[in-house]
Write a protein that binds this ligand. Sequence first.
Ligand code: FRU
Length: 512
Amino acid sequence: MHKISRRRFTAALGTTAVTLSAPKWISALGSAEKKASALALDPLRPQFHLLPAANWMNDPNGPIFFEGRYHMFYQYDPFGAFWGSMHWAHGTSPDMVHWHHEPIAIAPTPNGYDRDGVFSGAIVLDRGTPTAIYTGVAPPPSPSDATLKDGAHTWREVQCLAISHDGMRTWQKARDPILSSPPDALNVTGFRDPCLWREGDEWRMVLGSGVAGKGGAILLYRSTDLRHWTYLHPLIEGSPSTSKSVNPVDTGEMWECPDFFSLGDRHALLISTMGRVFWKVGQYKDQRFLPEKEGTVDFGAYYAARTMLDRDGNRILWGWIPETRPEKEHKAAGWAGVMSLPRVLTLAPDGTLRMAPSPAVETFRGELVQVRGPLDSAPAAKSLAAMRIRNLAAELEVTFVPDANHPFSLELRSEADEPFATLAYRPEGTGGDLSINKTHAVLAAPAGQPLRLRLFVDGSVLELFANDTAAITERVYTAPQTPLKIAPRPRSAVTEIAVWPMKPISSDRLTS
Ligand code: FRU
C-alpha cells in the first residue's frame, strides 16, 4: 500500500476536516488513492496551469503578491466536480506559474451570513494586514431581501470581511457583514464580487450589479476603515437589454466580477456578463468612469477575470477557464475548471487593451525546435515534417504574413491522423476572422504585415494569442494517442514556426 498523508487523503476525498474511525479510514483509502491516481493520469488534465487537486473551481479571488510569494484564491467546491458549496481554495507560488496547494482558506459558516456560499472577492493589505472582502450568500430573511434570483437560487448577498494573521493560511471573519443591503432606491439584479483600491486616505469599493429594466451597473462605495461603507453612485451604467431571461447575467442586465485599475495614462474596467469578459478603457474623473474604447478580453472559454500587480508592478490578468463538456462528463472525470495562464496587460498607443502571456510562463519551456520560412525548400520542409507536440504540453509560435485574398490555416493532427485542432485566419472585409476549431474572434491584421500566433496546448486547454490583441481559450476533449504534427497552409505564408515542449508543474498533474 502506498503511503498517503492524512491531509492528502482528506483533500483527495474532497472534504475539509473529517474525523474517521480506523476501519472506515482504511477502507476508504483504496478508493481515494484510486481517484487521485486516475486524476494524475488523466491526459485531459492540464500540467502547467493551476487547478485544484480534484473537484470544481471557478473564479480567481484575491490574487496578491505578499511577503515574497504569490497567493491565488479561487472559488472551489470541495464536495465534487460541480458548482455548489462555494469556498475559497488557496494556492501559493514563488513565480506565478509553479503552484503549490494550500489548505482551504475560507469556508461557509454553518448558520452564518455566508452559510450558502463564500463567493468572489478581493484581498487588500490594511496597514499590512491581509483583509479579504467577499460576498456571502444565505437565504433572504424575507423575499424582498433577495438580491440574487437566477431561476435556480434565491439568496441575499452581503459583503463580508475576514483578516489573517498567519500569512493567509487561516482567516477570522468579522461578526457581521460590512454591507448587508444594496442602496435603498435601487431594484438591483445582483450585488456581488467586490473589488477595492486605495484613493488618497480612503478606500473605494465597487460591486457588480445592475438595475432591472435598465442594464448592468457597477456600484461605487467609499470607506476610511474597510468596515463602514457609504454608497456614492454608479461608477458606470449599461443600457437595457433587448433579450429576456430569468437570469439577468444572461442578458447583460447584471455585471459580475468588476475589476477597476489604472493602466498607463488611463483606467480600465473589466466586467463579466453574458458568458464573456469585456474590457473598457477610458478616463476616471469625479468618481465616474468614462470609457473611450471597449472590446472582448477572450472570445472562448474564459470568465470572471480579475487582476493584480506582480512583483515588478505589471498588471496581471487571471481568468477562469470553464469546462465546455456536459456536466455529467466532468462530474465523472472528478475535476472541472482551470485557471488561465497569467497575462500581462498594457495599453496600445491607440488606447486599446493589449494582452500577452507573462514571461514567467517561459520558465516551463524545454528545448526549442524551430523552422524558418520559406518552407518550400527541401531542408525546411523536412524540419517541419519532423516537428511534434508531445504529451499535449507545448507552446507553439507561428508567424505568417496574411494574404488579402487567401485564408491561412494551421492544423494539428496526430501521427495516426486523429484531428485535434485547426487554427485559421480569414482576412475578410475590414475585420479579420481568427478561429480555433469552432470558436471565432475578430482580429484586424493588415495584409502584408506579419501576424504572430502563440498557442499553449495543455491537455484539454488551448490558449491562443494573436498579435497580443485577440485571445481565444478553447477546450478540446479528445486526447490523441500519438504526437501531433503541424501542418500550415499555404506554407509559403509562414515566416517562422517554433515549438517548445512545456515542463509540468508536478509529476502528478497537481493532484498533490
Ligand atoms: C461568476 C460568479 C460570481 C460569484 C461566483 C460564485 O462566475 O457567478 O458572480 O461570486 O461566480 O461562485
